[in-house]
Ligand binder design. Sequence first.
Ligand code: ADP
Ligand code: MG
Length: 151
Amino acid sequence: MKRFKSTNPAQTKELAKKMAALADAGLVITLNGDLGAGKTTFTKGVAEALGVLDRVKSPTFNILNTYDSGRLPLYHFDAYRLEESGAADQGFEDYLGTDGVTLIEWPQFMADLLPNDRLVMTFERTGNGEDERLITIKGLGKVAELEEELS
Ligand code: ADP
Ligand code: MG
């Protein structure tokens, strides 16, 4: 597991840019952490680095937003609203680990659909100032190598 300290949103986006540079089609990244922890900020950094032209917005109301204008398709899930309905039978599998980079906020609400090969990220406030975050990254399965490449 790798640990990174971020002291402002730009630093979180810098980490996202490094991640995007290493990303291949099929990469799935789960983003764990409370509201306001920085999950969407990280996703915006990935989108910018992939060259996505559209502005990334939180997909809370439609669960999934897709962006096709970058180097790879970007699939951005916010599964928060699946807590009660569950994630089955909505076709989400078509996006996970296929042709794009998939980032998932609130992944615990689509746990059954997550591939074994994935990057698990956590975002936490440290209590050390309003803007400081501890970000951890753990690569599972075939993605373990990608964790090693990040610095
Ligand atoms: P989430 O998607 O986890 O709910 P957001 O990325 O939407 O979180 O919001 C994070 C908020 O915290 C933003 O307003 C952002 O500007 C702010 N922020 C402050 N410091 C940081 C940091 N180090 N990394 C990311 N966001 C930060
Ligand atoms: Mg969010």
